[in-house]
Design a protein around this ligand. Structure first.
Ligand code: ADP
Length: 413
């Protein structure tokens, strides 16, 4: 008996979706709707009938969801023969209350509405996707999977900021951490590949994509992570600054600064990081090419990027009881041998982490590979993430608990 599960990942102007037949996770359809709200909207959809690419104006998330469901439910389409058993939604911010995935109810939606204040850039799109899918498929259960849930195990010393305590108590200002679905997924895969019990694994997982974060995992649980109150803190990213002295914000938004708080916010979110530093691009491939052609700022940008990751690895090494494995994932982490080399070089001297450069070079196409070398203190893995698959598993488990009790060994939150 198989169940079709639809996964929706709504961004501020995009909807990525995947439909799979569970429990085998056979892909039935996959697609992406982009530039919602602009005149240059586009839709790519692939299923058993082939690829469909279309340019069209998609006014809002609701029309995008309508268009997608019509295609999924049309004659001879994936959902035409098998009804959708559940829809899983990626929600970036679960706040302090949502420490596990939830079946969506009116009360859950009301809580999500309140949380939009904490994640104005991310949550409203997910909420729009959930509302549209609920309206259009009223009989199908919906599941909200939070990027923050995996980090619900952070101890207070890792999530409390050095600010007046009332700000935490009254306004929820604390570290939440993000990319949790990805960190948990790769930690589980790492345990499988290493032949370890996931509840016993001590690891440092590096998710390096457009957004970048790093997590310290002790006995299968997140004990510290680099993103904080929002996904702006921590590592330097494609266009986000990551850690900076907070006084820089005060200076830039002050009387002799650059502009309003909103403008400084935009600078930190969209014009900083690899893009701002290199002046070339937010894409590591372009920056490496520019650095190779002698552009000094490009070389500096990748140097800073890798140096910061190295520093966080050292910090997390110090707080973990031991480190069984170091894991790289994300568009950069799982594809760029050059960036991994910059991060790993020298760690043999400081932490005893040895890598095999031939295997590292070979791991450049989003494939699972162990790249650690002989005598390394920790194993080193490249593991492409699959957040949609993780959400499909969680959703299936919540909507069909009886069918999933004997499923694979995955114990995702
Ligand atoms: P997101 O964080 O949006 O999910 P991804 O994890 O897909 O993004 O990562 C996208 C980024 O990965 C791109 O901005 C690009 O810089 C980087 N990337 C993709 N392929 C490569 C590659 N072969 N080498 C280096 N960087 C790559």
């Amino acid at each position: 008996m198989t169940d079709s599960i639809l996964v929706l990942n709504c961004g501020s102007s995009s909807i990525k979706y995947l439909m799979v037949a569970m429990p085998a996770a056979t892909h039935l359809a996959r697609g992406v709707i982009e530039r919602i709200g602009s005149d240059q909207g586009s839709w790519r959809h692939a299923d058993g009938d082939g690829d469909h690419i279309e340019a069209r104006h998609i006014p809002d998330h609701r029309s995008g969801v309508e268009m997608m469901l019509a295609r999924l439910g049309g004659p001879a389409q994936p959902a035409g023969s098998t009804a959708i058993a559940g829809v899983g939604h990626r929600v970036v911010h679960g706040g302090g209350k949502s420490t596990a995935p939830l079946l969506v109810s009116d009360a859950v939606l009301a809580d999500l509405d309140e949380l939009a204040v904490l994640a104005p850039l991310h949550n409203p799109a997910s909420i729009a996707g959930i509302r549209a899918t609920r309206d259009l498929l009223p009989a199908v259960p919906q599941v909200a999977c939070f990027d923050t849930s995996f980090h619900a195990t952070l101890p207070a010393r890792a999530y409390v900021y050095g600010l007046p305590y009332e700000l935490y108590e009254q306004r929820g200002i604390r570290r939440y951490g993000f990319h949790g679905i990805s960190h948990e997924y790769v930690a589980q895969r790492c345990a499988e590949l290493a032949g370890r019990d996931p509840d016993d694994l001590n690891a440092i997982t590096c998710h390096l994509g457009n957004g970048c974060s790093i997590t310290a995992i002790a006995r299968g649980q997140s004990i510290d992570t680099s993103m904080g109150f929002t996904p702006l803190e921590g590592l330097m990213m494609g266009t986000r600054s990551g850690d900076i002295d907070p006084a820089i914000v005060l200076h830039l938004a002050g009387p002799t600064g650059l502009g309003s708080v909103e403008e400084v916010g935009e600078l930190l979110q969209e014009h900083s990081g690899l893009l701002g530093l290199s002046g070339v691009s937010n894409d590591v491939r372009d920056i490496l090419a520019a650095a190779g052609a002698g552009q000094e700022r490009a070389a500096l940008a990748v140097d800073v990027f890798a140096y910061r990751i190295k520093k966080y690895i050292g910090a997390y090494w110090a707080v973990l009881p031991s480190v069984d494995a170091l894991v790289f994932t994300g568009g950069i982490g799982a594809a760029s041998a050059a960036v991994r080399r910059l991060i790993l070089d020298g760690l043999d001297q400081s932490l005893g982490v040895v890598y095999d450069d031939e295997r590292n070079s070979a791991a450049s196409g989003q494939v699972e590979m162990e790249i650690g070398g002989a005598g390394s203190t920790a194993r080193v893995f490249v593991i492409p993430t699959d957040e949609e698959l993780a959400i499909a598993r969680i959703t299936h488990r919540l909507v069909k608990p009886a069918a999933t009790s004997a499923e694979d060994g995955f114990k995702l939150h």
